[in-house]
Design a protein around this ligand. Sequence first.
Ligand SMILES: Cc1cc2nc3c(=O)[nH]c(=O)nc-3n(C[C@H](O)[C@H](O)[C@H](O)COP(=O)(O)OP(=O)(O)OC[C@H]3O[C@@H](n4cnc5c(N)ncnc54)[C@H](O)[C@@H]3O)c2cc1C
Length: 423
Amino acid sequence: MASFFQDNDDLRFYFERGIDWASLVEVTEYGYRAPEGFKNPKEAVEFYREVAEMVGELSAEQIHPKAPALDREHPRIEDGEAVVGPAMTSVFAAIGGAELHKLCIPRELGGLNAPLLLYFLSAEMIARSDVSVMTHFSFHGGMAMAMLAYSIHEGTTKFDPAAGKIVETRFAPEIAEIVAGEAWGCMDITEPDAGSDMARLRARAVQDEAGEWFVTGQKIFITSGHGKYHFVIARTEEAKDPDDPFAGLGGLSMFLVKTYDDLPDGSRRRYVTLERVEEKLGHHGSATAALTFERAPARLIGQRGEGFKYMLTLMNNARVGVGFESLGLAEAAYRCAKAYAEERRSMGKVIARHEMIADYLDEMRTDVQAVRALAVASAYHEEMAQKLGLLERFLPEATAEERARLERELPRHRATRAATRRS
Ligand SMILES: Cc1cc2nc3c(=O)[nH]c(=O)nc-3n(C[C@H](O)[C@H](O)[C@H](O)COP(=O)(O)OP(=O)(O)OC[C@H]3O[C@@H](n4cnc5c(N)ncnc54)[C@H](O)[C@@H]3O)c2cc1C
């Protein structure tokens, strides 16, 4: 059986020898406090290997053969709803069947509690098979993790240190829907005249007398914007200094908007209008939507005015994810080029044996391997820094030995994370 895990020596090198799984397992299993969790790194890594093998086969056997169809089946809008093609529908049935939407979600929230690094290695394999599938996939579990992270940041998640588990979190019902493969989310920042320049965002959120929030405005270029849950950045305060181009960043707030409810009679009540699916040059399997919000009910996340800060929190992991997606795409491009060069003959030999083409191929392979080394290091330190930070906050009764280690290791992972982000 073809496998994008088995056929990639460099990727397997990291899995088998290049990643310090023991430290990742320990922080992911809350210092082995959870009774139903793995008890040692060996048990956990055996499970991670099964997942990597399964994703490698799923990518090679079930997604990759559908890549041409996925690019031809551009999603469209019918009766206000996005319609995706049969290839995308069958791929997501396979992904859902493999329970990949729940990969990194904590067990107590219905997930498999795997480290993010395993998700990122999987992201490379899925993106190698079809990058638009990976893009859409990332808006499932990735958004559930963002919901959890936001709830932790705003202080609405409760952790029981003795039991080693989360006992309460604000978005538990939404996370459960995503884990079950019944919903996904997206991040709505961009507007017609505001992309990089977020200070110019105009979508507004207002509060009524009962304290309920409503969002009005337009968003464009929203990846997987045909989903149910939208993190929306909207203006709650006008910029204080009209002459300062960055002043507008201060008046932004983050909201969670539900775009529809499916009613018992089978109909759907929409709160947000799906205007169009954007035209792109490629990447067609991934739906990119334009939306209008007309007093859509919204839930404020954190405090008003903290929208930019919350956006950056989500972007830290998203950047690493996009790095692994790009790596999968580069791996696919290198393999296509190599296969063609080993088959195409010119002047008595295959072109792969002409020196200049051989140099190109060597350079491509070296670049891909160098990026993988950087991506794995970056993902590892990012995850260690985030999870040690959580342990520091949620484990007040940590042993003296654990505390000493936290104090020693947290600054090291934070510093290396900062260095790899700069690269
Ligand atoms: C396929 C796709 C998916 C997307 N998905 C999402 C999504 O899920 N959610 C979302 O909110 N948005 C999404 N976007 C929108 C994306 O975030 C914006 O396109 C991006 O922020 C850039 O904004 P812009 O297109 O308005 O370009 P502009 O801001 O007009 O920039 C034009 C060019 O100028 C450069 N530039 C701008 N400001 C500066 C500066 N200060 N210094 C130097 N150079 C500068 C930019 O780098 C760019 O090259 C998506 C876009 C695409 C194409």
